[in-house]
Design a binder for this molecule. Structure first.
Ligand code: AVJ
Ligand code: FE
Length: 440
């Protein structure tokens, strides 16, 4: 699926991308009962019907009210579906639309959007419409909430979610070059971020030069086998591995293994939705918080990469001034580049995606697991809010750590080398792993 970054979309392309996004949303939630959709599965997440109503509301605000002066008759819903008015743990108490009502709301908004599309100025007369940005923003919003819904489904305590698994991982290529432990960036000036206005969020702009010192970075994310070695070496118990904040959190939360790891008969297992599997040694460790990633890195004699180092390892290509949009180049992601787009419903052993390697030699930069970086979420120099402060601006500060690269649950169109995600350093219901770096 191609979002044609950098140019405006035709009416037909917009319609087909919007339809495809909606088909996927319903594929994910279509087998759930009304009760499962309405329930608060975990205080960290919204009831799934909230996400669905919020997807419709966001589309209504941006593709009807803000560009078409449209009105679809849903006044009063703002108070329910505005994320800033109600925290996630309170959303189950709201008068939420039922699943059938959500379906009706989604389709009423969508019909109005599609009906009005042909009348929109083709070349895009406003900053929102220029290069079809606002359509890609609404698409990415639905994609992002698909991943949020998958986090909720993975958390579900009662009957495990049974996904439609539509894809199998490519078998590791026996002729593929072996994976080195670490690769080295020789140091130099790199361009980070982007000036793109067709898909990039405000927090990815502007493109800016940075002088980056030489460093080493893991050629693949830290694997289960590597993480298990840290556990066996009493890594969780040894104070020396932990920052003060990490140690305090570890004690309070009683952390002793990644979330969804279970040990019943001596051997660790890892759960993906309804599948409990023996720990695969070559899968990246997933569902660790920042503090666990940081502790592992200290134990290993390394550190987490900065987001500048991460993006350099993904996007820099020797001999060119232009950073690459994706680790493999500028072409859109496909199933042979990365474990993205959710239909595998689990992580894959590192080494399955030789086509996805970056020029520096890093595997799995996109897909599989989000990767914690050591960087707090701050704006780039020259940042300007566009189009609304509640996407990034209100989150800037040292409370959040930046994550990069997307996970198996991230849709193709929702990630690229410049994409910045962020979360609290204690979170681990997200599909998060990490890779390590060191000076040199
Ligand atoms: C970019 C994943 C941090 O889920 O809070 C969804 C994405 N923003 N709706 C979030 C988002 C508005 C955002 N993250
Ligand atoms: Fe949202």
């Amino acid at each position: 699926m191609d979002l044609h970054i950098g140019r405006s979309l035709s009416t037909a392309e917009i319609a087909s991308l919007l339809t495809e996004a909606r088909t996927r949303t319903f594929l994910l939630v279509g087998t759930l009962s009304d009760a499962e959709l309405r329930r608060l599965h975990d205080p960290l997440m919204s009831p799934i019907v909230w996400d669905l109503g919020h997807i419709a509301h966001f589309e209504e605000v941006w593709l009807r009210e803000n560009i078409q002066n449209g009105d679809t008759g849903s006044e009063g819903l703002s108070g329910i579906y505005d994320p800033f008015e109600n925290s996630r743990s309170k959303r189950a108490e709201l008068p939420l639309l039922s699943f059938p009502e959500c379906r009706a709301y989604l389709s009423t908004v969508r019909r109005a959007v599609l009906d009005a599309l042909p009348e929109l100025p083709a070349a895009g007369g406003t900053p929102l419409l220029a290069d079809s940005f606002v359509f890609r923003m609404v698409l990415q919003h639905e994609y992002q909430h698909n991943e949020t819904i998958l986090q909720t489904l993975q958390l579900k305590h009662d009957d495990a979610y049974q996904p439609h698994r539509r894809v199998v991982a490519p078998a590791p290529d026996p002729d593929a070059p072996g994976i080195e432990r670490m690769v080295r960036f020789p140091g130099g000036r790199v361009i980070l971020g982007t000036d793109d206005r067709s898909i990039a969020y405000d927090n990815e702009r502007p493109a800016h030069g940075v002088d980056v010192a030489s460093f080493w970075i893991d050629a693949h994310p830290v694997t289960n086998a590597e993480y298990a070695a840290f556990m066996e070496a009493d890594g969780y118990a040894d104070r020396i591995n932990w920052s003060d904040a990490g140690w305090a959190w570890k004690k309070e939360a009683g952390l002793e293994a990644p979330k969804y790891w279970e040990r019943t008969t001596g051997e660790w297992t890892e759960r993906f939705m309804d599948r409990v599997e023996a720990l695969h040694p070559a899968r990246p460790v997933c569902h660790v918080c920042y503090h666990e990633a940081d502790a592992y890195a200290r134990w290993a004699g390394t550190r987490l990469p900065t987001e500048v180092e991460w993006e350099t390892a993904a996007a820099w290509k020797a001999g060119t001034d232009e950073p690459q949009v994706y680790p493999w180049g500028d072409g859109p992601p496909t199933a042979s580049h990365a474990n993205l787009d959710a239909l595998l419903f689990e992580t894959t052993p590192v080494g399955c995606y030789p086509e996805g390697r970056s020029p520096l030699g890093c595997w799995d930069m996109l897909g599989n697991v989000w990767e914690w970086t050591s960087t707090d979420f701050h704006p780039y120099p020259g940042y300007e809010t566009f189009p609304y402060p509640e996407y990034s601006e209100v989150f800037f500060g040292d409370e959040y750590k930046v994550l990069r690269g997307g996970s198996w649950a991230t849709r193709f169109g929702a990630v690229r080398n410049t994409f910045r995600n962020w979360d609290y350093p204690i979170r681990r219901q997200i599909f998060s792993g990490f890779r390590c770096a060191k000076n040199g």
